[in-house]
Design a protein around this ligand. Structure first.
Ligand code: URA
Length: 434
């Protein structure tokens, strides 16, 4: 089987056979297929798509390209959560401790930033001492003892996805329904949890720009879950504007702490309570979703969820003193205030542009090898729907150089549109698919 024939077949709109898909995943895993051919195939898939059969086969082949995690040693129902990626999307680090403090067992493997979107592992690594590469025995022991652990896609789990994910990030081949569905579900299957909650984001900052596409993606993933016997629920949620105020790694951890202390931005808080309620419900700790919502709210108000985050961070080697006193985080030294060029109402705060501005500041990767500046990013003082006066501060930028701030400021200005009237309000959760 020749890789170039497989690339040509997909380029011309053909459907790959099971044997061809297995050969690609094998060659990706053992590095016998060079990056440029894999990238070319990813681009062909972006243009031509895949059938449901091809997507399911790719998912299975990637899920079994390396080790799989056996969570049978964890007492109770395990629930995993995955977001398709957004800007300012720090929900995992809020909802995992909420769900765990309500008795749900969460053994979560998270990803790094992809394209203009941030990743939970990068955010966690901004906490000094935090270990995200943890062996299986220790991972399970933390989940049993603390109730939750969040680690990187460890060791040899889904090596084929690990490779393709990193390549897609830097070759403009992220935005493809079959590639996203297979990437997410292969990891979730390999990671072993009994139940899966998917947060499928839609809007300018998401990989899915329309609700129709988000629905197709959500249904495809829920169906893959059904086929492999893992109960999967997907919420389609708004990502037309950044979630919360902070975009960037340490900045987002600070906002996570504020949210778990009941002092977070209203949109982020509402979104997290809904996602956490769904995890609690899926984990069978509440009989109804309403009861689960009340439990989630109580976990925040009582301080139990914040305490759980600190316990998890300590168990993974992180210094929880930073969470208790977030002023200890080192933010990037050059700060610049971005001001509204005119008075009016913000009718558009384009989340993708804001995400790209944060990458320019150093909060994300431009190439596979780029190092992240954990202290870089953006704090939005205004968001879609807010009224502003000309000259009022709409954001603060953080970077290690004035040049990066100047470049990001241009992007940020392009992200905002002003109008006379506020835009129509959009619900945060648009649909629930089971
Ligand atoms: N998240 C993933 O894990 N994979 C994708 O392809 C996109 C978002």
């Amino acid at each position: 089987m020749h890789m170039v024939d497989i690339i040509r077949k997909k380029r011309d709109g053909g459907a790959l056979s099971d044997a061809e898909i297995d050969a690609v995943v094998r060659g990706c895993t053992d590095s016998s297929i060079p990056d440029y051919q894999l990238s070319a195939l990813m681009m062909a898939i972006c243009f031509q798509g895949m059938t449901a059969r091809e997507t399911a086969r790719l998912t299975r082949a990637m899920a079994h390209s390396g080790d799989t995690v056996d969570l049978s040693g964890v007492d109770g129902v395990t629930v995993d959560k995955h977001s398709t990626g957004g800007v300012g999307d720090k929900t995992s680090l809020v909802i995992v401790p909420i769900a765990a403090s309500c008795g749900v067992k969460v053994a979560k493997m998270s990803g790094r930033g992809l394209g203009h979107t941030g990743g939970t592992v990068d955010k966690m690594e901004s906490i000094p001492g935090m270990r995200t590469a943890i062996g299986r025995e220790e991972f399970l022991s933390i989940v049993n003892r603390v109730g939750c652990a969040v680690i990187g896609q460890s060791g040899n789990l889904c090596p084929a996805d690990k490779k393709l994910y990193a390549l897609r990030d830097v070759t403009g081949t992220v935005e493809s329904i079959p590639l996203i569905a297979s990437s997410i579900m292969s990891k979730k299957i390999a990671a072993g949890s009994d139940r899966i909650l998917l947060d499928v984001k839609v809007g300018s900052g998401a990989f899915m720009k329309t609700q129709a596409d988000a629905e197709v993606l959500a249904r495809e993933m829920v169906e893959i879950g059904r086929q492999v016997g893992r109960r999967t629920v997907a919420l389609i949620t708004d990502m037309d504007r950044p979630l919360g105020c902070a975009v960037g790694n340490a900045l987002e951890i600070i906002e996570v702490c504020e949210t778990l202390r009941g002092q977070g931005p209203a949109d982020l808080t509402a979104m997290c309570l809904e996602l956490a309620a769904n995890m609690i419900y899926l984990g069978e700790k509440a009989g109804t979703i309403e009861a689960a919502r009340a439990m989630a709210q109580n976990a925040v108000e009582s301080g139990a969820a914040f305490q759980k985050l600190c316990e998890m961070v300590e168990a993974q080697g992180g210094d929880s003193a930073y969470l208790r006193d977030t002023a200890r985080f080192r933010l990037s030294p050059v700060q610049r205030t971005v001001r509204a060029p005119q008075s009016g109402c913000i009718v558009r705060a384009d989340a993708e542009q804001i995400g790209r501005a944060s990458v320019l500041l150093g909060a994300g990767r431009e190439t596979k090898e780029s190092a992240i500046d954990f202290g870089a990013g953006i704090v939005l003082h205004k968001n879609k729907g807010d009224r502003v006066e000309a000259g009022e501060a709409i954001a603060t930028l953080y970077a290690d150089s004035a040049e990066k701030c100047a470049e990001a400021e241009k992007r940020l200005h392009a992200a905002f549109t002003f109008g006379a009237e506020p835009p129509a309000e959009q619900p945060l959760v648009l649909e629930r698919i089971e």
